[in-house]
Design a protein around this ligand. Structure first.
Ligand code: MOS
Length: 729
């Protein structure tokens, strides 16, 4: 189904099932432990052996020898494979660091061997007996030291909206020099780790030259291609199955070492092998969000109109890596005639930097929205009003190009009203509650809404049960449920008459889960398949497809009403495709975040007391699962603002705090009452669902709202995230 013009009324608009706060259909399976995650799939292949990864002990260099003699004769050991047994394996389309093969070490904890044994403990014990000798080379590990002065040439892309090299509109330098009120500040954000609950995990089994991977992955189609490319086998010989994913946060967009090593281990052992990455290995073996150094310059008139906007971001990555696209939202947030954005990329020998939790916008808004708070103070203006008067209804860098929908001002106004923003004292460090200094802060939020092709197959059986199959994944987001709601609404059956099958690469290829594009695109693909099935069903029943109605498990044309089960066996496959819709309309989502924070006047401890997010993200398909997404994202915002930081050992080139004891993510006791308001304006230009992404939007801007609340509480401006207590004492 081609969707390239704004949607008229369609079956989704009935809102009998869509738009209702529906419990997760996979909830009982998850809460009773009967939804198996990758490592737990004991039944899919008999005689599974356990693999244990050995990671490099140096960050850069060459392996001169690997002695496996002792390990090979250790109790229970079935096979040992080392990186010297293979040539450097090809990179997947989306991998920056080589996952295995060859003597070169490019980053700390890069996989150098896999031990396969009868038990996990035996594999781990034998792994400790492997002796690896390295010729170590000096590496570059310090972003501030390696930061280049020249901007990046050519296109940086990343998975966000992608802002290549220098972009200019108007004359920034002149406008900034002439502006009566200006701000010029530099901010930093640290390296961060996904820290999802379920580690990278895969069970691999070969049937002749065909490989099956039961794995934990967000993007089945991409990853199937990457597995084939890395292993040098035809794509049709690879099957991935990932029906349940215990969190990905971007770490599982691409294939990691667990999948490749499980496949190589299974080959060497001639039996199925399962590999889970241990927690201490995840931060350095896989990917992370790269640290940034960002400079923002804003020039404004005395009444607060932005006349000059510049945002520069420097990040690092391995050779041939990509920058963190932290400037992308700045191209679209606010009006202003003279603008400049640029990115610089340092070559570092730290582990691969890649997509994590709203890449680009999350760290970009932590900075831009703190700068806006600082500008508001210089102007003596309310921070909400500053954002309101600089709102724009068209792409500020492409005049005439409208947003599909944009209700940022209503987010800001609604949020201010609901939060009691008028009670804020604009002068910092004025409000005391016992030993606590109390402040309020706010920030605007922004995240793009990417349109991507997505396919599904839908069929009906003799009981009138509708089964949907698509390789779409549910990474804890609620995909099973919104897909079931979509099929139920479109086919006119109750929710309990829908079966949803996900995550298998033998199903039609979906948009997958990433960049908050999953919900809108995958349901639109299911809608497309359902509409095709409706037409086929009507024709088979001798009805006019354009007027037949589907409701209460029946198909009717005004004269006859027939049970849907009468077309048992019928199935249809289709995909949603958008043409150039996203070129004609800028597709974005908007939010306003409000935070009340308290800072202990003596210890500097920060407690977030209240949080509110108002989201403008099209039609909300399921307010319950959407709210769950947003409060999870707001919680990540607390981590980003206050606790999360991978500490770099700049001598040896690794992340020191590579476990959940020392890489601190917020826990329940850190999180206050969180409120989420959805404006719920259907977006007829986003898809037939009129929905948009919302998950990552919940994170974008929160960090700055917290930082601004902390500043309002203390009067100390910390521009170096995370805001730990030592920085504002
Ligand atoms: Mo997201 S970082 O695209 O999974």
């Amino acid at each position: 189904m081609k969707f390239d013009t704004p949607a008229g009324t369609n079956p989704i608009d009935q809102l009998k099932v869509i738009g209702r706060p529906t419990d997760r259909i996979d909830g009982p399976r998850k809460t009773t432990g009967t939804a198996p995650y990758a490592y737990e799939r004991h039944d899919v292949a008999p005689n599974q052996a356990y693999g244990y990864i050995v990671g490099s002990a140096v960050a850069k260099g060459r392996i001169t020898s690997i002695d496996t003699a002792e390990a090979k004769v250790a109790p229970g050991v079935v096979a040992v494979v080392t990186t010297l047994d293979y040539p450097p394996l090809a990179l997947g389309k989306n991998n920056i660091a080589r996952l295995f093969g060859g003597a070169d070490v490019n980053h700390y904890h890069q996989a150098v061997a896999l031990v396969v044994a009868e038990s996990f403990e035996q594999a781990r014990a034998a792994a400790a007996l492997i002796r690896v000798d390295y010729a170590r080379k000096p590496g570059k590990f310090d972003l501030a030291r390696e930061a280049p002065t020249a901007p990046l040439e050519g296109g940086g892309s990343g998975e966000g909206s992608g802002a290549p090299k220098i972009d200019r509109v108007g004359k920034f330098e002149q406008a900034f020099a002439a502006a009566p009120v200006t701000l010029d500040q530099t901010y930093t954000t640290p390296d961060e780790s996904h820290a999802m609950m379920e580690p990278f995990a895969t069970i691999a089994s070969w049937q002749g030259d065909k490989l099956t991977l039961w794995t934990s992955n967000q993007m089945i189609k991409w990853s199937k291609g990457d597995v084939a490319k890395t292993l040098g086998i035809p794509e049709e010989n690879v099957r991935l199955d990932s029906p349940y994913v215990g969190g990905g946060f971007g770490g599982k967009l691409f294939v990691r070492a667990d999948a490749i090593l499980a496949a190589l281990g299974a080959k060497a052992a001639s039996r199925p092998v399962k590999v889970a990455m241990t927690r201490p290995m995840m931060a350095n073996n896989s990917t992370h969000r790269p640290a940034t150094i960002q400079r923002v310059r804003l020039g404004a008139t005395r009444d607060g109109r932005l006349t000059a906007i510049a945002h520069e971001s420097t990040s690092g990555n391995l050779p041939d890596g990509k920058p963190e696209t932290a400037v992308s939202q700045t191209k679209l947030m606010y009006a202003g005639a003279n603008r400049m954005t640029l990115m610089r990329l340092a070559t570092l020998d730290l582990p691969e930097g890649n997509a994590m939790r709203a890449p680009g916008e999350a760290p970009g808004l932590m900075v831009l929205e703190m700068a806006m708070d600082e500008l508001a103070e210089k102007l003596g203006m309310d921070p909400v009003e500053l954002r309101v008067i600089n709102d724009t209804m068209e792409d500020p860098e492409k005049p005439g190009r409208a947003f599909s929908e944009r209700h940022l001002v209503e987010c800001l106004r609604t949020g201010a009203e609901r939060f009691g923003w008028n009670k804020r004292n604009a002068k910092p460090a004025q409000v005391r509650d016992g030993r606590w200094l109390v402040g309020m802060g706010m920030a605007a939020g922004f995240r793009n809404n990417l349109l991507m092709k997505s396919a599904a197959r839908v069929g009906v059986d003799a009981k009138g049960v509708v089964t949907v199959a698509t390789d779409m994944t549910d990474i804890g987001t609620g995909t099973y449920t919104i897909i079931a709601q979509t099929a139920a609404e479109t086919m006119g059956v109750p929710l309990d008459k829908v079966v949803v099958l996900l995550g298998d690469s033998s199903f039609p290829a979906s948009a997958g889960s990433g960049g908050q594009w999953g919900a809108n695109n995958s349901t639109a693909g299911v809608y497309a398949a359902c509409m095709k099935l409706r037409a086929d069903a009507a024709r088979r029943l001798g009805m006019d497809p354009s007027t037949a109605t589907f409701a209460d498990g029946k198909v009717s044309d005004g004269k006859r009403s027939v049970a849907l089960s009468k077309v048992a066996g019928l199935s249809a496959e289709d995909a949603i495709e958008y043409g150039d819709l996203d070129k004609r309309f800028q597709q974005s989502t908007f939010a306003a975040h409000f935070v009340e924070a308290a800072v202990d006047a003596y210890t500097g401890e920060v407690r977030v007391r209240r949080m509110l997010a108002v989201c403008d993200a099209g039609r909300i398909l399921n307010p319950k699962s959407a709210r769950s997404q947003v409060i999870g994202a707001m919680t990540m915002g607390v981590g980003g603002a206050l606790t999360e930081e991978l500490a770099v050992d700049t001598r040896f080139g690794f992340f020191v705090n590579h476990d959940l004891a020392s890489y601190e993510v917020p826990v329940h006791a850190d999180i206050p009452h969180q409120e989420v308001v959805f404006l719920d304006y259907p977006d007829a230009k986003s898809s037939p669902m009129k929905a948009k992404g919302v998950g990552e939007l919940g994170l974008c801007g929160v960090g700055a709202a917290i930082a601004n609340a902390v500043y309002n509480a203390t009067g100390v401006r910390v521009r170096d995230y995370p805001i730990t207590l030592d920085k504002h004492l």
